[in-house]
Design a protein around this ligand. Structure first.
Ligand code: SF4
Length: 289
């Protein structure tokens, strides 16, 4: 086989992957330092044949988040695959109006396969309750899907390798607001130089969606005096979601009006009492009132 036909084969193989990244919202690819990218580098020790390596054309997000999840669960794109027990992809509702994005799985998350189930997760659950939301009414994901050893901060190349999965999640869920929990999430999605202390409390833009950077619950466990700031930040998110115009993707249809006097028709219990009180994705709740 000639060099020319090798290059042509490579281009054909890469095109579906690049198209998937584009549809997932990735417009820039990180430059890889070192030797030519045509020279394969060392593979992670956990590299094994899986859907990603067998099929270079991963399913587009439009084909469903389940396909993206399956690809992540077989992923060996970075060294974090080496020590993981499970790939921690998501929790909550894929139709949620609010998406919370953290850093990466800890020990308990790695064991259970769910994000935010350790001590920091329990604090996040309490924050949600204070907002009037249950965990199953929001969508929760992390920047990296596999646990960094010793709970260290994910390296930039690990974040870059994993980010297409999160972009696909954002594109598929399309929440009305995003909450960026901590500096790793803020740097990955707002800019590598940002300081969470400086940008928290003000909405910024992530893929066309209002995103509120705030402190990570794990930081609050170490610095409980900062809880008030996080409460102020999430109140802004709650208010934004409440004031958002009705969205047919997230809001239940309005109740059918009762029949006019003299007309026959089904009786609709509770019609006119307001759909929001029973809406699965309402930001209202007993704690928020
Ligand atoms: S952290 Fe992300 S990119 Fe790295 S192996 Fe896990 S799923 Fe793949």
């Amino acid at each position: 086989m000639t060099v020319t036909s090798d290059a042509a084969d490579l281009s054909r193989a890469l095109l579906p992957h690049l198209e998937w990244l584009r549809r997932a919202g990735v417009t820039l690819l990180p430059a890889v330092p070192g030797p030519s990218s045509l020279v394969p580098g060392p593979e992670p020790a956990c590299a094994n044949p899986g859907p990603w390596t067998e099929d270079p054309s991963p399913a587009a997000p439009a084909a469903g988040l389940d396909a993206v999840r399956r690809e992540a669960e077989a992923c060996t794109k970075c060294r974090l695959c080496e020590g993981r027990t499970t790939v921690v992809f998501e929790d909550g509702s894929r139709e949620a109006p609010v998406m919370f994005i953290g850093e990466g799985p800890g020990a308990e998350e790695d064991r259970q396969g769910l994000p935010f189930v350790g001590p920091a997760g329990q604090l996040l659950t309490r924050i949600l309750l204070a907002m009037g939301l249950r965990r199953d009414e929001v969508y929760i994901a992390n920047i990296v899907k596999c646990r960094p050893p010793g709970n260290r901060t994910p390296e930039p190349d690990e974040v870059a390798a994993c980010l297409p999965y999160l972009r696909a999640q954002i594109a598929a869920v399309r929440p009305r607001a995003i909450v960026l929990l901590g500096s790793v999430a803020a740097r990955a999605l707002v800019g590598p130089e940002v300081s969470i202390t400086r940008i928290r409390g003000r909405f910024t833009d992530v893929d066309g969606i209002p995103a509120m950077p705030t402190f990570h619950p794990a930081y609050l466990l170490r610095n409980p005096g900062e809880k008030r700031k996080v409460w102020e930040d999430v109140q802004k998110v709650r208010d934004l979601v409440r004031s958002s115009r009705p969205d047919p993707l997230h809001d239940p249809p309005p109740p059918t009006p009762p029949p006019a006097p003299g007309e026959s028709g089904p009786t609709v219990p509770g019609a006119g009492e307001g759909a929001e009180a029973g809406g699965a994705h309402s930001a209202t709740g007993p704690e928020a009132r």
